[in-house]
Ligand binder design. Structure first.
Ligand SMILES: Cc1ncc(COP(=O)(O)O)c(C=O)c1O
Length: 466
């Protein structure tokens, strides 16, 4: 007779408990094909539950093919319902993250590109989300156009013109799920196997992976303290596009001067290629106004990519492309193949957030917070390392570069730092041509509270044995 552990305190219906238990026994092979199951009446008496519960559980198992039987002849385990369980156990183990949790709690993580998560404007966003959900017309809950909500694209085009000098109308914008999806769309739009992409070196490792996923080749152009070395652009090969982060080079932090911007555009015009401008965190500029976009200099040559991951939250997965006329239709189609469209309600909330001036208010507030964090980090580095450290790339954004005179950030050293509960990210992680930046680390401070920044630098010093 089958014994089924029934637990009445659980929030799971009894029928589900009986069904689950028998199903697992069959899948795991503990009830073998052809084996007879207890009669419903007997089992109900034995477990002290209603016979109907057992009948319904059996009916479900019958409908799904786990058991078979005929009225009066008994119920039997069906053949072919046993599944080898080895894989499941392995998966379970790899998801067991409880080990080492305590350590992670004390870790001070200088990961870059994360805004202050505890300062997301929850109240304003939540209020708008509630209003939008209640007041939005019914069609908002249906399928939408791939390019995104018109109201968002409209406010965004005004906002970008005003704050970033981007020349565009709403029809040029395609809303994407973060900048990451925008890069994937550009890859599909412009790259096939063997194509060339000219790209800043170093540049985010993830972006390199996306562009090479189609078999394209990256042609690295070194970056100096002013950004991409435009003097090294050669006419040898015609690239599909040039990828740049001109407002705040990632990771080195340089700002591309107008002369180099013009050279880039002249090069793109001469080779008939596009420029992809990734403008990920330029609103947080501390020493003056945000730098104007490259797109404003030649809207037909530049594909401008923006994101709300840094000025609001990466969890929103909201970004956008501003496209030259020639690419709009194709990009909309690709977005449609990809995921139909980015969630409409979130787009509508964001449109209201921008329209009501809340985005700019939030950015103003956060600029002060980040400026203060940057100051604390700079002071702590100067205090602990003095002449042995050089800081750069810190005029904008949520990270800076610390270059050490006598340190090489090897894997061993990074592990030693982790043992000291501090995590830093070497520039070398993002390089294409290796061994040029081994003494530099990226220190992100956006999501680190002031006291953690100080403590983190002290841990860094202890581990580096200065
Ligand atoms: C250089 C760069 N661009 C863009 C992004 C933003 O990506 P997403 O909008 O998908 O969050 C990142 C993320 O860290 C980044 O490092």
């Amino acid at each position: 007779m089958l014994w089924i552990p029934i637990d009445r305190t659980l929030d799971i219906p009894l029928k589900r408990q009986v069904y689950d238990y028998i199903r697992k026994q069959i899948l795991h092979g503990e009830l073998a094909a052809g084996e007879r199951l207890s009669a419903t009446r007997e089992l109900a008496v034995q477990l002290g539950i209603s016979r109907n519960v057992i009948v319904e559980a059996y009916e479900q198992l019958l409908a799904e093919g786990y058991i078979e039987g005929q009225q009066g002849a008994g119920t039997f385990v069906a053949p072919g319902a046993f599944l080898e369980q080895l894989q499941r156990d392995e998966i379970k183990q790899s998801f067991d993250v409880s080990k080492g949790k305590k350590k992670e709690k004390d870790l001070i993580d200088f990961r870059s590109g994360i805004p202050a998560l505890d300062m997301f404007p929850r109240r304003n966003w939540g209020k708008l989300a509630k209003e939008v959900c209640i007041e939005a017309p019914n069609y908002i809950f249906g399928y939408d156009h791939p390019e995104g909500r018109t109201e968002l694209r409209r406010v965004l085009s005004h906002y970008l013109k005003r704050t970033r000098g981007v020349e565009c109308h709403e029809g040029q914008i395609v809303v994407s799920s973060g900048a990451t999806q925008a890069f994937s769309l550009i890859t599909k739009l412009l790259l096939t196997h063997g194509d060339e992409v000219l790209i800043e070196d170093p540049i985010t490792h993830e972006i390199q992976t996306i562009f090479t996923s189609t078999g394209a080749n990256l042609c690295p152009i070194p970056v100096d303290e002013q950004g991409i070395r435009t003097d090294l652009l050669s006419g040898d090969k015609i690239p599909s596009f040039i990828f740049v982060t001109p407002s705040h080079q990632f990771p080195l932090g340089s700002i591309l001067p107008i002369q180099r911007r013009i050279q880039l555009i002249q090069y793109a015009r001469a080779t008939q290629c596009y420029i992809v401008e990734d403008d990920y965190d330029s609103e947080f500029r501390y020493d003056g106004e945000p730098i104007s976009s490259l797109q404003g200099l030649d809207p037909e040559r530049v594909i401008y990519v923006g994101t709300f991951s840094k000025n609001l939250s990466p969890a929103l997965r909201l970004g956008y492309l501003v496209l030259p006329q020639a690419l709009i239709e194709q990009c909309r189609n690709l977005k449609w193949f990809n995921d139909l469209h980015t969630p409409s309600l979130d787009q509508r909330i964001l449109a209201r957030f921008i329209e009501e001036g809340l985005l700019e208010r939030h950015i103003r507030k956060m600029r002060k917070v980040y400026m203060n964090r940057r100051e604390i980090l700079r002071k702590a580095l100067a205090r602990e390392f003095g002449e042995a450290v050089k800081i750069s790339g810190d005029s904008t954004g949520l990270h800076l570069i610390a270059e050490f005179t006598q340190v090489e950030f090897t894997q061993d050293l990074l592990e030693r730092l982790l043992q000291n509960n501090v995590k830093v990210y070497p520039v070398e992680l993002h390089t294409i041509q290796k061994d040029r930046h081994r003494n530099k680390v990226i220190l992100g401070y956006g999501n680190l509270r002031e006291e953690k920044i100080d403590e983190g630098v002290m841990r860094l010093k202890a581990a580096l044995e200065f």
